[in-house]
Design a protein around this ligand. Structure first.
Ligand code: BG6
Ligand code: MG
Length: 224
């Protein structure tokens, strides 16, 4: 089973661990300081996109803030990241979402390579805090790509590293921008979340508990 699956590529924030919540908290706090309030629905548009693009989208919600200087925007991004890093400093292996370790173990047993495909520059640090380094053969973070999600580059760089065809990769994502990136790469897109936000996914599960190796490979096989 799984003969045609040649790589698994995982998003990090919101798939491996619940850091998506910390990103939300840190952006919301920064927004408040700027007088720009937003909730979970708007936050869906921030998931998976780069730090700089997230700030642009938040500023666009506010009145006339979008014309801040590049330096000022850089300072706001740094401020959000300092807050975010404080929130993640206590992360331990207990914060790995349910179902992830059994899935990673099944993938290892099947001898299929694994990568992280994340928009976050904090990705390598978080993988280390979760003590998951040995489960991933390669990490693509924002530092390794020119164009972030929804551009496919985050995922194609990982597949190219393993020298495997894109159509033989399974990608797992919790963000709309991430599913778009996987589809643009020609990969099998597994969504974790709601139909409302991830309707373009090839296979959708409600939570990481439902990410079962056999079910993913079977769904991939049905699509072929
Ligand atoms: C993505 C998150 O993984 O990384 C986004 O879904 C975040 O919310 C982006 O903005 C960039 O992360 P960082 O840690 O480099 O600011
Ligand atoms: Mg995510």
């Amino acid at each position: 089973m799984g003969n045609n699956v040649k790589a698994f590529i995982f998003d990090l924030d919101g798939v491996i661990t619940d850091t998506a919540e910390y990103h939300f908290e840190a952006w919301q706090a920064l927004g408040k300081e700027l007088g720009i309030e937003f909730g979970r629905e708007f936050n869906e548009q921030l998931k998976g996109v780069s730090r700089e693009e997230s700030l642009e989208r938040i500023l666009a919600l506010g009145d006339g803030k979008a014309d801040l200087s590049t330096e000022e925007k850089g300072r706001l991004c740094d401020q959000k990241n300092v807050h975010y890093k404080k929130l993640i400093q206590g992360i331990t292996p207990d914060d790995i979402l349910p179902g992830i370790i059994p899935l990673l173990e099944a993938i290892r047993k099947a001898g299929i390579p694994t990568a992280i495909g994340s928009a976050s520059r904090n990705a390598p640090a978080i993988i280390s805090l979760l003590e998951l380094d040995s489960y991933f053969d390669y990490i693509v973070d924002a530092g390794k790509v020119k164009a972030g999600k929804p551009d496919p580059e985050t995922f194609t760089v990982a597949a190219d590293h393993f020298d495997v065809p894109y159509e033989n990769c399974i990608g797992i994502e919790d963000a709309h921008a991430g599913i778009q990136a996987l589809k643009a790469a020609g990969m099998f897109a597994v969504g974790v979340g709601s139909e409302e936000h991830l309707s373009e996914a090839d296979f959708l599960v409600e939570s990481t508990t439902d990410l079962k190796f056999d079910a993913l490979v079977e769904a991939f096989g049905r699509k072929e």
